[in-house]
Ligand binder design. Structure first.
Ligand code: ADQ
Length: 467
């Protein structure tokens, strides 16, 4: 682990990724799986199984070389209240600035506390005194507090993969003051961007009279935490290699088989209401209306991975997209041209890599997003000699770093349509300049840089110091 010595690493996340199948799962599994393998450790979390209330199960451990995967199952009540409820009907929408979609029931909050406590209780016996613990994401904000209550004295870090809302929005989370307080039981809090870190600081100042120091330390609730940004990234070399294989070339050739089409625009996202997909579809329609030169010359392919199908808000966005894609294709298609291809499926990562390389424009326009790894994958996949153009929402965390993309307001349909027009006509020298600046940045700030800088801060911080 380049440059610093680390004790055993214990990762905790809601779901444990299958690090053996990381080629399919991508992103986080790759970034964290590599770290675990190189220093050895444990990955603890939910195994994805839902069991009946009252059934007790033990922690399941599987050991492979120096990595232990330890998992627990969850009861159907926990799944309802902690996972679907507090995590995905309260925290997810509010932290993405969608107060209108927040649905609160007091049982959700109890479920959240209960499962964090259950995780802590199952994890504690596995821990060694000198372990370094790293918890991930909004499902586990009270994990450190529960572990501390059981006597855990290890260094515990937390990384939030989604945005942290400004104080006025955080107020919409019932018991937001409790949330802030439990976060102070961690030693290091990692956020995606400076906006998120500042929002957190502002919340602590406003609601907990916290004291913020220039070096990132914040004092409140009788504790000190280090709150800093660590923008997450991808393994750029691995992804670039995947986009440049014979299989990928074959795929690109298949994309171009219908000679009537000159250019391809691609969007790849989890099907989520935060991704700005209806706005994106409407912007493509505007492009065709405003610039009819693209009739029969451009296609837009949207690949949307099914997700959280049990939550109602996801059902309505799915129906809206089906309706919109049907309407757009009905209006513009011809016997030899389908303008919009909407694919509601998960695709293998290497297929995505090839498609990114084969498409002249990458459209990443979330209404709010912690980081967005697709933006970085699109850049990594490009042919440096003849690269495509990334169109990126100013509300994706990635926009703080990827300023050479065409930055758009994802709510402004005409703005996105015009950015597509600019991208489709961008001269080669400008595409190369923009791509090489983007690539340089993601190569230096890659997944390895992300995890090593977080762990370096966590291992060297002054632990558990009271204010
Ligand atoms: P995630 O949804 O975990 O979000 P995101 O950054 O959106 O991550 O990346 C999605 C990943 O899934 C990418 O690797 C992408 O290639 C893959 N993917 C998307 N659609 C797919 C499909 N149809 N088939 C197969 N793979 C698909 C959270 C936050 C983000 C943050 C990440 C990492 O919401 O803002 O960037 O964690 O911190």
């Amino acid at each position: 682990m380049g440059g610093f010595c680390l004790n055993r690493l214990v990762l905790v996340s809601n779901r444990v990724a299958d690090i053996e199948k990381q080629a399919q799962s991508g992103g986080l599994a790759v970034a964290l799986g590599d770290a675990l393998r190189s220093i050895g450790g444990v990955w603890f979390g939910w195994d994805g199984n839902v069991i009946e209330e009252g059934v007790t199960t033990a922690v399941k451990e599987t050991v492979q070389d120096n990595v232990t995967i330890a998992t627990v199952s969850m009861t159907d009540r926990d799944y309802e209240e902690y996972y679907l409820g507090f995590s995905n009907k309260v925290l997810w929408p509010v932290f993405h600035y969608r107060l209108d979609l927040c649905e609160f029931e007091s049982a959700y909050f109890e479920g959240y506390r209960r499962v964090n406590k259950f995780f802590a209780g199952a994890l504690k016996p596995i821990l060694r005194d000198d372990d370094v613990i790293w918890a991930h994401d909004y499902h586990l904000m009270s994990l450190a507090a529960e572990l501390r209550a059981l006597g855990a004295n290890q260094k515990i870090g937390f990384f939030l993969h989604i945005p942290f809302p400004p104080p006025e929005m955080l107020l919409a989370v019932p018991l937001h003051d409790w949330l802030l307080e439990v976060l102070f039981q961690f030693d290091v809090l990692g956020f995606q961007t400076s906006t998120d870190t500042n929002n957190f600081r502002r919340c602590v100042c406003k609601y907990a009279k916290g004291q913020v120091h220039d070096d990132g330390r914040i004092e409140a609730f009788g504790r000190t935490v280090l709150a800093l940004e660590f923008p997450i990234s991808i393994d750029v070399d691995e992804f670039a290699a995947m986009a440049n294989t014979p299989k990928a070339s074959l795929q690109i050739a298949r994309l171009n088989r219908r000679t009537v089409v000159r250019s391809h625009i691609i969007g790849v996202d989890r099907l989520d209401y935060t991704m700005g997909l209806p706005e994106r579809f409407k912007a493509f329609r505007r492009l065709l209306e405003m610039y009819p030169e693209h009739m029969k010359a451009v296609t837009f392919m949207q690949i949307a991975q099914p997700t959280r199908v049990e939550v109602e808000a996801y059902d309505s966005i799915r129906m809206e997209l089906e309706e919109l894609s049907g309407a757009i294709n009905g209006e513009f298609s011809d016997f030899d041209w389908t303008p919009l291809r909407y694919i509601h499926r998960t695709m293998p990562r290497d297929t995505l890599a090839g498609l990114f390389r084969g498409c002249e424009v990458g459209l990443v326009t979330p209404l709010r997003d912690g980081m967005n790894l697709v933006a970085k994958e699109y850049v990594a996949a490009q042919d440096e000699e003849d690269p495509g153009v990334l169109i990126l929402s100013r509300f994706a965390g990635a926009a703080e770093e990827l300023q050479e993309a065409l930055i758009v307001n994802p709510y402004d349909i005409d703005h996105i349509a015009n950015a597509m027009q600019t991208a489709l006509h961008m001269p080669l020298h400008e595409r190369r300049e923009r791509n090489s600046a983007l690539l340089k940045r993601i190569k230096t700030h890659d997944a390895r840089h992300w995890r090593e800088s977080f762990l370096a801060v966590l291992t060297s911080c002054v632990h558990g110091k009271a204010a």
